[in-house]
Design a protein around this ligand. Structure first.
Ligand SMILES: NC(=O)c1ccc[n+]([C@@H]2O[C@H](COP(=O)([O-])OP(=O)(O)OC[C@H]3O[C@@H](n4cnc5c(N)ncnc54)[C@H](O)[C@@H]3O)[C@@H](O)[C@H]2O)c1
Length: 258
C-alpha cells in the first residue's frame, strides 16, 4: 500500500502545534501541498516542510472567526485551485490548574473551548466545502479525543466539545456523501507533545495514566499522522462517518483485574 497525495491540497488547522505539525510534515512528505493554518506558530511548520523538500504555505487563521475562515479558505483555493483534504485539528483545553467540577467550572473557559473545539470545526468546514465539491477523493478529518466518547472528570467543556465533534461529523458524513466528500474522526488518546511532555514529567501521575492504557505508553504525534494519512487516502474510500481511536486501547475496556 503506497499512500501518495501528489499535488493534493491538504488544509490543516492548528498546524503549528504538536499533532498538526506532524500531520503537515507527513502529508507533505507524501507529495501534498499543505496549507498550514494556525492562529500562531505555523511558520516553523512551513520551514520544516520546505527544508525537507516539500510544499507548504502558512495562513494565519483564527478558527473561531467565521469571516476569517471564509477568507482563508478562499485564499487557499485561489492559490492552489481547490481543497482536497480538510483537517480540523485546532483545539484547546484547560490546564490542570483550571480543572474543576462543572458547578465550579470557569464560564469563560467553557465559552473559549466550545468556540475553538466545536464552533471552529463548523466554521472551517462550512468555509472549505464549496472548494472541495467535485474533487475526486475529497474528504474531511476532524480531530476529536477519546473524551468525546468516555468523559473525564473536571473537563466538562472539552468533554462536550469533543463529543459534539463526533456526532456533528457523523451528520456531515450523511450529508456530504451526496457531494462525494467523506467525513471521519480521529480520537487520540494521550499524545506526547512538548506541552504535555512537561506536564507529565513534572507530575508523577504519568505512571497512573499509563497503568490504564493497555499498551502502557502515550501516543506519538506520528501515530496520529499515520492514521490521518490512511483515512485521507484512496485506501479508505469506503470509510465515512467513522471514529478511529488512536489510543493504545485506552477506551476499549478496563485494563484492570477485579
Ligand atoms: N495531545 C493530546 O494528548 C491530545 C489528545 C486528544 C486530542 N487532542 C486534540 O488534538 C488536536 C491537536 O492538539 P495538540 O495536542 O497538537 O495541541 P497543541 O496545543 O500543540 O496544538 C493546537 C494548535 O491549535 C492552535 N489553535 C488554538 N486556538 C486556535 C484558533 N482559535 N485558531 C487556529 N488555531 C488555533 C494552537 O496555536 C496550536 O498550534 C486538538 O484538537 C486536541 O484537542 C490532543
Amino acid at each position: 500500500m503506497d499512500i501518495r497525495f501528489e499535488d493534493k491540497v491538504v488544509v490543516i488547522t492548528g498546524a503549528g502545534g504538536g499533532i498538526g505539525n506532524a500531520m503537515a510534515r507527513g502529508f507533505a512528505a507524501d507529495g501534498a501541498i499543505v496549507a498550514v493554518c494556525d492562529i500562531k506558530g505555523g511558520d516553523k511548520t512551513v520551514e520544516e516542510i520546505v527544508a525537507a523538500g516539500g510544499r507548504a504555505k502558512e495562513y494565519i487563521l483564527d478558527v473561531t472567526d467565521i469571516d476569517c475562515a471564509h477568507r482563508i479558505m478562499g485564499d487557499i483555493a485561489r492559490d492552489f485551485g481547490g481543497i482536497d483534504v480538510m483537517i480540523n485539528n485546532a483545539g484547546i483545553n484547560v490546564g490542570p490548574d483550571k480543572r474543576q467540577f462543572t458547578d465550579e467550572f470557569d464560564d469563560e473557559w467553557w465559552d473559549k473551548i466550545l468556540d475553538v473545539d466545536l464552533n471552529g470545526v463548523y466554521n472551517c468546514t462550512k468555509a472549505a466545502v464549496p472548494y472541495m465539491k467535485g474533487r475526486e477523493g475529497s474528504n474531511i478529518i476532524n480531530i476529536s479525543s477519546v473524551v468525546g466518547m468516555v468523559p473525564f472528570r473536571r473537563q466538562c467543556a472539552f468533554n462536550a466539545a469533543k463529543a459534539g465533534v463526533i456526532n456533528f461529523s457523523k451528520a456531515m458524513a450523511l450529508e456530504f456523501a451526496e457531494y462525494g466528500i467523506r467525513v471521519n474522526v480521529i480520537a487520540p488518546g494521550s499524545v506526547c507533545i512538548p506541552v504535555t511532555q512537561t506536564l507529565w514529567t513534572k507530575n508523577t501521575a504519568l505512571e497512573g495514566l499509563l497503568s490504564h492504557i493497555p499498551q502502557h505508553r502515550q501516543g506519538s504525534t506520528e501515530d496520529i499522522s499515520y492514521a490521518a494519512r490512511f483515512l485521507a487516502s484512496e485506501f479508505a474510500s469506503y470509510i465515512t462517518g467513522t471514529v478511529l481511536n488512536v489510543d493504545g486501547g485506552w477506551i476499549c475496556g478496563y485494563a484492570r483485574d477485579f
